[in-house]
Write a protein that binds this ligand. Structure first.
Ligand code: AHG
Ligand code: MN
Ligand code: MN
Length: 323
């Protein structure tokens, strides 16, 4: 079986990018170990701090963030990093060729109940004619410009799911040797599905288009969509996207009116974009409901975005409801 470093070496990507991905995995293996220690290491539960988005940080959010940040900032190919858990982007080497954004621990409400969580990352090229001198400005690129994206799902097995624009590979962490090994390649999401994932408790806050689509799903065989749907909600985007990658499905975290100043709950640069790249590379689709997520121009590192992604034909139906 091929190891991650062997696969990357044959992928035709620049050596600097290869090293960045390998470094992210050094941190992720450490995160995996820490998650496994959990209560034994006294690292479950919350800190007294909030991140810039007003969410209480879990101890493991902070630990995971520090592991990723420290190794990436020390990598000479990294011009800067942006993280869910950092208020502002952080400068690395000013001559670095790449920018990395990440969600160090996604689904962190699942930590204390011992369910699946993940790490999400997105890699962009750093503009070389950068005259703005503004560290954040250089990050504000559309998702289409990503050169690599991936996530690590910490579950019964720890998996790395990744793309460098040449399809999607899945690696399994062999904990006996501490290496990610290639276990599946050329992942294709089934085009049709009858399984949706959405937090139904927010229904009254959705836009009418989303309400209508879900109402029609619930009508089953007798409704306009003509099939009986099943529903799942793990509250961990990494776990939902992974389920969709393996057996199809549609995941939605739409705009809702709880806080009209926010365009949704999920963040464009380290949740929406990397997941969209993976899903599209696996033959699926991703949209805000009105446009492709990867065409949205970010205005800030923590911008939010409505997310609809998964099986291509089902995403097309949701988009049609928004026309
Ligand atoms: P994070 O833990 O990084 O803040 O992200 C959690 C996200 C996402 O993973 C999940 O789909 C969603 O929030 C769950 O939200 P609800 O608690 O509103 O269901
Ligand atoms: Mn998240
Ligand atoms: Mn997170």
């Amino acid at each position: 079986m091929k190891r991650l470093d062997q696969v990357l070496a044959n992928d035709g990507i620049p050596a600097e990018l290869e090293l960045i991905i390998n470094h992210i995995m050094v941190a992720c293996k450490d995160i995996s170990y820490k998650l496994g220690q959990g209560e034994l290491a006294g690292i479950l539960g919350a800190t007294e701090d909030e991140n810039i988005q007003g969410e209480t940080q879990k101890m493991l959010d902070v630990i995971s963030n520090d592991l990723l940040k420290d190794i990436l900032i020390a990598n000479p190919a990294v011009k800067g990093v942006g993280s869910e858990e950092e208020d502002y982007t952080i400068a690395g080497n000013k001559d670095g060729k790449y920018l990395v954004t990440f969600d160090p621990l996604d689904g962190s409400s699942n930590i204390d109940v011992n369910l699946s969580v993940g790490t999400i990352f997105s890699i962009l090229e750093a503009p070389q004619d950068d005259r703005t001198g503004d560290q954040q400005e250089v990050f504000l690129q559309e998702g289409r410009k990503q050169v690599a994206a991936g996530y690590v799902l910490y579950g019964p097995s720890d998996l790395l799911v990744m793309t460098t624009g040449n399809g999607v590979n899945i690696f399994t962490l062999d904990k006996n040797v501490g290496e990610f090994v290639l276990t599946k390649s050329g992942i294709q999401i089934p085009e049709d599905t009858a399984e949706f994932a959405i937090n139904m408790s927010n229904q009254r806050f959705w836009e009418p288009e989303m309400k209508q689509y879900i109402d029609d799903c619930l009508k089953g065989e007798e409704g306009p969509l003509g099939k009986r749907y099943n529903m799942r909600w793990v509250a961990s985007m990494v776990a939902e996207v992974h389920r969709i990658l393996i057996r199809g499905g549609i995941f939605m975290y739409p705009y809702d009116s709880r806080d009209p100043s926010k365009a949704g709950k999920l963040r464009l640069m380290y949740e929406g974009n990397p997941m969209s790249m993976i899903v599209e590379q696996a033959g699926g689709a991703s949209s805000t409901g009105r446009m492709d997520i990867m065409d949205v121009k970010p205005e800030g590192i923590h911008d939010r975005v409505p997310v609809v992604l998964g099986s291509k034909n089902e995403v097309a139906k949701v988009v049609a409801y928004h026309k």
